[in-house]
Ligand binder design. Structure first.
Ligand code: UDP
Length: 453
C-alpha cells in the first residue's frame, strides 16, 4: 500500500478552461499516486456531471456570476468580483470537508484565487500553489515590481520594439498586459499573483526542465528561495490517459477528426485562439482570406463569442466557405489534444495560451503565434526566439502576412529547420516523463513533500 493511500487532497480550480484543464490533470496524476481527491468548484462554469472522474468527489459552491459580470471587459474587475463571491462559500465548503474523518494533506489552489491563503491558514491547512502558465511568464510576473521601479511600466509606445535588458529575450511589447484594464489595477493583480507562492507550502509548475530550466532556476533563486518548486509537466502526458472531453466546458465536436482523416499527412493548418480571446470583425476577415489564399487545408475553431459583436458567418462574403469546398472545416470547439496528435495536422496557429503551447510541443507540431493578452506575448517570444519551434505574426494580422507565414512554415525550405526543432522538443517532452526523467523525479519529490506536510 502506498503511503499516500487514504490521504486526501483538495483541489480548487479557477473556473476558466485554461485553468480547469491543468488542475484536473494534476488531480489525475496525484490520484494515480494513491491520494484521494476532492474537487471544489463554482456553480459558474460548473464541471459537466456526465464527464466527471468517478473516483473523485466534487463539491459545488454556490458562486454564480450574472451575465453582466461575465461580459465585463475588464478582467481585473471580473476577477475581483469572483474572488469576493467565493470567499464565504469556499470557507464553508472547506470546513465541511475538514470535519470528515479522512485526514486532508493539503489544498492545491490557483494563485489568481488570492483569498485561499488566508482561508486555508485559518484552518491550519497547508496550501500548495499551481501555476497554470509557464515558468518564464511567471518569472516576468515576479519581476513586475522591478520593472515598475525602473519606470518601464506602464509600457511606452515609443519603446515597444526595444528589448527589456533584465528579461532577455523579452521585448517591451511582450510584457504582459490586458486590454480594457486599468494598467495600475493590472499591475496590482500581477504583483499579488507573484506574491502568492511566498505564503504557500510549495509551488507546482506545468512545465519541464529541458523547456524552462533557466526560468525555473530564476524563480527559485531570485524570488522564492524558501519554497519548494516542482515542475512535473507536461501534465496531460504525465498522468493516466484520459479523454480531454472530461475537462471540457464546451462539448467537443468529434466530427472534425473524420474530416482530418481525409487529408494528406502534415497538410492541415489548425487554427484556434482558445477559450477567452476575442478578435474584431476586421481581423476575422483577414484570417479567413489569409487561410483561403494559403492554399493549405485548414481546420478552424470558431467558438461562440470569438468574434466581437456579430455572428461570424455574417462577416464572410457570400459563398466564401462553399468556394473552399472540402479544403476548410469549421468547428465550434474541437477535441484539441486529439487534433494536434493527428498525423494530418502540420501547423498550429495559436493565441499562445500555455496549455495550447504544451499540447503542440508534445505532438511536435510547429506553431504560428498570435498572442492576444496577458502572458501570451511572453510565451510567443519563447516559441519563436528561444525554442525556435514557430513563427510570430509580428506585424498584426493581415491576409498577406498570414498567407506568407503559413507557406513559409508548411511549404518552403525555411520551415524545415523549425519542423525539425519541433520534433526534437517533442522527444525531450517525452523523455522527461520517463523513469529517471526530470518531471518523473519532480513528481516523486512532490508526493514525498505532500506526505511530509
Ligand atoms: N481547447 C479545446 N478545444 C478547442 C480549443 C481549446 O479543447 O477548440 C482546450 C485546449 O486543448 C486547452 C484549453 O482549451 O487545453 C485552452 O487553454 P489555453 O491555456 O491554451 O488557452 P486559454 O483558453 O486559457 O486562453
Amino acid at each position: 500500500m502506498e503511503q499516500s493511500e487514504g490521504r486526501k487532497l483538495i483541489l480548487f480550480p479557477l473556473p476558466f478552461q485554461g485553468h480547469i484543464n491543468p488542475m484536473l490533470e494534476l488531480a489525475n496524476i496525484l490520484h494515480s499516486k494513491g491520494f484521494s481527491i476532492a474537487i471544489i468548484h463554482t456553480n459558474f462554469n460548473s464541471l459537466n456531471p456526465s464527464t466527471r472522474n468517478p473516483y473523485f468527489t466534487y463539491h459545488s459552491i454556490p458562486v454564480d456570476l450574472t451575465e453582466t459580470e461575465v461580459s465585463l471587459k475588464d478582467f481585473t474587475v471580473l476577477l475581483s468580483i469572483l474572488n469576493a463571491k467565493c470567499v464565504e462559500p469556499f470557507r464553508e465548503c472547506l470546513a465541511g470537508l475538514l470535519s470528515d474523518k479522512d485526514p486532508i494533506a493539503c489544498l492545491i489552489s490557483d494563485p489568481l484565487f488570492d483569498f485561499t491563503g488566508s482561508v486555508a491558514e485559518s484552518f491550519k491547512l497547508p496550501r500548495i500553489m499551481l501555476s497554470t502558465g509557464g515558468a518564464a511568464s511567471f518569472a516576468v510576473y515576479a519581476a513586475f515590481p522591478l520593472l515598475k521601479e525602473k519606470g518601464y511600466l506602464p509600457i511606452q509606445d515609443s519603446r515597444l520594439e526595444e528589448p527589456v535588458m533584465e528579461l532577455s529575450p523579452i521585448k517591451f511589447k511582450d510584457l504582459p498586459m490586458m486590454p480594457n484594464c486599468d494598467p495600475e489595477d493590472f499591475y496590482q493583480l500581477i504583483t499579488n499573483v507573484a506574491n502568492e507562492p511566498k505564503a504557500s507550502h510549495g509551488f507546482i509548475c506545468n512545465t519541464f526542465e529541458d523547456l524552462e530550466g533557466h526560468a525555473l532556476a530564476t524563480i527559485h533563486q531570485e524570488y522564492y528561495p524558501n519554497i519548494p518548486i516542482f515542475s512535473l509537466g507536461p501534465f496531460h502526458k504525465c498522468g493516466p490517459t484520459t479523454s480531454s472531453s472530461s475537462t471540457s466546458l464546451l462539448a467537443q465536436d468529434q466530427r472534425c477528426i473524420s474530416w482530418l482523416n481525409t487529408q494528406a499527412p502534415k497538410s492541415v493548418a489548425y487554427v484556434s485562439f482558445g477559450s477567452v480571446a476575442k478578435i474584431d470583425q476586421a481581423k476575422f476577415l483577414e484570417i479567413a482570406w489569409g487561410l483561403a489564399n494559403s492554399g493549405q487545408p485548414f481546420l478552424w475553431g470558431i467558438r461562440p463569442g470569438l468574434v466581437e459583436e456579430l455572428d461570424w458567418l455574417k462577416v464572410l462574403p457570400n459563398g466564401f466557405l462553399e468556394a473552399l469546398n472540402e479544403r476548410a472545416h469549421i468547428v465550434k470547439w474541437s477535441p484539441q489534444k486529439e487534433v494536434l496528435a493527428h498525423p494530418t495536422v502540420g501547423v498550429f496557429w495559436t493565441h499562445c495560451g500555455w496549455n495550447s503551447i504544451l499540447e503542440s510541443i508534445c505532438e511536435g507540431v510547429p506553431m504560428i503565434c498570435t498572442p492576444c493578452f496577458s502572458e501570451q506575448m511572453v510565451n510567443a517570444r519563447y516559441v519563436s526566439d528561444v525554442w525556435k519551434v514557430g513563427l510570430q505574426l509580428e506585424h498584426g494580422i493581415g491576409r498577406g502576412e498570414v498567407e506568407r507565414t503559413i507557406r513559409r512554415l508548411m511549404v518552403e525550405k525555411e520551415g524545415e529547420e523549425i519542423k525539425k526543432g519541433a520534433l526534437k522538443l517533442m522527444e525531450k517532452a517525452n523523455l522527461c516523463l520517463k523513469e529517471g526523467g526530470s518531471s518523473y523525479q519532480s513528481l516523486d519529490g512532490l508526493v514525498k513533500h505532500i506526505l511530509s506536510l
